[in-house]
Design a protein around this ligand. Structure first.
Ligand code: GLN
Length: 486
């Protein structure tokens, strides 16, 4: 049951071999046993989950089910969910019970999925290791000394440790793909604008994009079908005809032209990651793919550009947390100014404060032209590199992360080293392109390695097809971490 695909679960449910209540119960029990050590969930609420499961069982009994009805899902704590504590990993929202649903949550609810709980994450999604969470670090189920990646570390851990069959994540500069890679699962960040940002707590609005995390590409395609869609409450939501992301899964991969960016296969990638990537590419060659070297000359600037633009937007988005309307409020203050200052000083963690300072600085008069405006221009050049590359190839492949998961505490004291975890993922985010990661083996200390697949805009169905073909001839996505940890 724990290793079943979403299709298999759906079949078991519709054939009444198991009820959603039983299935939900099984995962909740597993969470109770394993979560105290793994720390993947910030909040669970058995009663709420089981109530939803009962409703799902009714939907099934009355023939109103969708392919996802009755299947439990873990929600990243960045998504508002009615009546659920929604903390975004921060002390600032440690008392915030959402009065409304994010569109992603509402859509999965409507499909009949059961919310298993809210997963741990880096504070306000700022981080690559889940260590900035107010709720403490999450452990990597493959090696509990290691980080799960971030910021969707709780969701990645939950899926990898089989605490949930699927989870939601959000990706601003790599936060779905990098933790998916580090935890040995599959994750996709769709084209910017496909999944509604309504009710997804804002970090950097021009980059933030929600997406699914699951065991396989097939599972991702089923989840994406329910998550994608126009939403008038998100001003950057795209109005497009509805697609079935499962439609191309079985297409053969022959004739596929894979672009390998020179810049991604240069120094920086550790040798264990490089061997796993080479082996995965060899598998694609067997499937009939050909390779072409492409160049993304401006991608070397992606990390610095990202770390100007994302903090700039964050400094603006996070100005709403002032202790007045909701969330944390300092206990003692003498005037309004002090209420703001103390609330923010006490409510935000160190990394969030660092981003607010950087963001305020690059937007300030006198520095705006030198940093913010310059970064915007470079963002355009980074996107244009991809446009050129896609004239020569159908998809781009490379490593998702330069190394396998590092140890908890290893990079905490060095923000620059931490920021470099996004070296391969941030360029696609800046360009608004879809990107995904799939497990392709293990590197040093038997920690998972992910393959990064970047597609042109709206090529999700094709990317999922290409990932699925690989998963039909390999078993990496089926492997489960040792139960006891290391
Ligand atoms: N690690 C990156 C950061 O800290 C990306 C985070 C994300 O995608 N939410 O900003």
């Amino acid at each position: 049951m724990l290793n079943a695909s979403l299709r298999q679960l759906s079949l078991l449910l519709s054939e009444k071999k198991i009820s959603s209540t039983e299935l939900t119960h099984e995962f909740l029990t597993r969470i109770k046993v394993l979560n105290p050590d793994l720390n993947a969930f910030i909040t669970t609420d058995e009663e709420k989950s089981l109530n939803q499961a009962r409703l799902a069982d009714e939907m099934i009994a009355t023939g109103r089910s969708t392919p996802l009805t009755g299947i439990p899902v873990a929600q990243k704590d960045i998504f508002c969910a009615t009546g659920w504590l929604t903390t975004c990993g921060s002390k600032m929202l440690s008392n915030f019970v959402s009065p409304y649903d994010a569109t992603v949550v509402a859509r999965l609810d409507r499909a009949g999925m059961v919310n298993l709980g809210k997963t741990n994450m880096d504070e306000f999604a700022m981080g690559s290791s889940n260590e900035t969470s107010h709720y403490g670090p999450v452990k990597n189920p493959w090696d509990r000394r290691a980080v799960p990646g971030g910021s969707s570390g709780g969701s990645a851990c939950a899926v990898a440790a089989r605490l949930a069959p699927a989870a939601t994540g959000s990706d601003t500069g790599g936060s779905i793909r990098q933790p998916a890679a580090l935890c040995g699962i599959s994750g996709i960040k769709p084209t910017y604008g496909l999944v509604s940002r309504y009710g997804m707590i804002a970090f950097a609005s021009s980059l933030d994009q929600g997406g699914p995390m699951a065991k396989s590409a097939e599972d991702l395609s089923i989840l994406l079908n329910a998550m994608v869609g126009f939403d008038e409450r998100d001003s950057t939501s795209l109005q497009r005809e509805k697609e079935d992301y499962t439609r191309d899964l079985e297409k053969p991969a022959g004739g596929l032209r894979i672009g390998l960016p020179r810049e991604f296969f240069a120094e920086g990638m550790s040798s264990d990651v490089s061997s796993a990537v080479d082996a995965a590419l060899a598998e694609y060659r067997k499937l009939g793919a050909t390779f072409v070297e492409v160049s993304l000359p401006n991608s070397r600037l992606a990390v610095p550009v990202y770390y100007v633009l994302a903090p700039a937007e964050a400094s603006s988005n996070l100005s709403r947390f002032d202790g007045v309307r909701y969330g944390y409020r300092a206990a003692q203050y003498d005037n309004l100014e002090e209420l703001y200052a103390k609330t923010r000083a006490e409510g935000f963690g160190e990394e969030v404060k660092r981003r607010i300072l950087i963001g305020t600085y690059v937007l300030s008069h006198g520095y705006y032209d030198a940093y913010y405006l310059q970064a915007q221009k470079l963002r355009r050049l980074i996107a244009e590199d991809f446009t050129k590359a896609f004239e020569q190839c159908d998809l781009i492949m490379g490593p998702t992360s330069p190394t396998v998961a590092f140890n908890i505490g290893e990079k905490c004291g060095d923000p620059i080293q931490m920021y470099l975890s996004d070296i391969y993922t941030s360029a696609a985010s800046l360009a608004g392109l879809p990107g995904m990661s799939i497990p392709i083996g293990f590197g040093n200390q038997n920690r998972p390695v992910g393959l990064h697949i970047i597609g042109n805009y709206f090529r999700e169905a094709h990317m999922l097809n290409v990932a699925h073909r690989y998963q039909q001839v390999t078993d990496w996505h089926k492997l489960t971490p040792p139960e006891s940890g290391n």
